[in-house]
Design a protein around this ligand. Structure first.
Ligand code: IPE
Ligand code: IPE
Ligand code: MG
Length: 235
């Protein structure tokens, strides 16, 4: 288990965000359909979140499906959505048992009404739980900012500020991610947390998401505590 560097000069790692990537490549390597990678990746996601919370991290965010992922072949999108729906059905019980407070980041509009209702119910019923788990589905960082501005405009606001925009983001009221981790070797954000990531630290690993384990989290946390965060100032 990783340990936090309690050295007062280091900012405590409170919020860690994961771009789970490489499910498809993991399956391909085994001669399996891409969908099998998503099934395995979903299990990894729960394990990783639990491990982070056990280690004293307050908030875990996971990028599960982007606004661009609808471009994938229909059978893959369908398989991901079916997997998502089955997780939601088990979700309320599992989240409660694990003391997780779930928020879905993203536009819920394209989901069918039953799925939407379930997402909202999980958010409501887990609201008093201790550990903050954000699941980004149908999430796009640019879309999130546009949505925030439109919401403000619909209230008649014409003069914007960072605080006002932040108050309408899907992550309103939450701390920005201290650390963003991406698996599977790609060195990009792919439209993840565009607004919130301006001063995040980054950690990239070649490990494919379904293989991502405790030692990968440990390595990411170690990397985080080796950094000096200046936020534009002088340390
Ligand atoms: C991440 O794995 C899951 C989603 C983006 C839904 P990928 O499906 O992107 O896996 P690769 O990148 O093709 O290996
Ligand atoms: C990013 O992964 C989106 C998620 C992890 C949900 P992608 O596999 O979609 O990203 P690109 O296409 O390689 O940039
Ligand atoms: Mg990918």
């Amino acid at each position: 288990m990783f340990v936090h560097d309690e050295n007062s000069k280091k900012k405590r790692l409170s919020h860690i965000a994961f771009i789970m990537d490489g499910n498809g490549r993991w399956a391909k390597k085994r001669g399996l359909p891409r969908e099998a990678g998503h099934t395995e990746g979903a299990k990894t996601f729960m394990r990783v979140a639990e491990y982070c919370f056990a280690g004293g991290i307050d908030t875990v965010t996971i990028y599960a499906f982007s606004t661009e992922n609808w471009k994938r072949p229909p059978h893959e999108v369908k398989a991901i959505m079916t997997l998502f729906a089955s997780y939601l059905k088990r979700g309320i019980k599992e989240m409660t048992e694990r003391n997780m407070h779930v928020t879905f980041l993203g536009d819920k509009a394209p989901f069918d009404p039953d799925t939407r209702e379930l997402m909202e119910r999980i958010e409501r019923e887990s609201a008093k739980n201790r550990y903050k788990l954000n699941i980004a589905v149908n999430y796009g960082g640019r879309a999130e900012i546009v949505n925030a501005v439109n919401r403000l405009a619909s209230k008649g606001i014409t003069e914007f500020s960072e605080e006002l925009i932040e108050s309408e983001l899907y992550t309103a009221g939450q701390r920005d991610p201290d650390l963003i981790v991406r698996s599977a070797g790609e060195l990009r954000l792919s439209n993840f947390l565009t607004w919130q990531s301006v001063y995040s630290e980054f950690h990239f690993t070649d490990t494919l998401w379904p293989d991502f384990g405790e030692s990968d989290v440990d390595a990411a946390v170690d990397a985080y505590y080796s950094r000096t965060r200046r936020f534009g100032g002088v340390v």
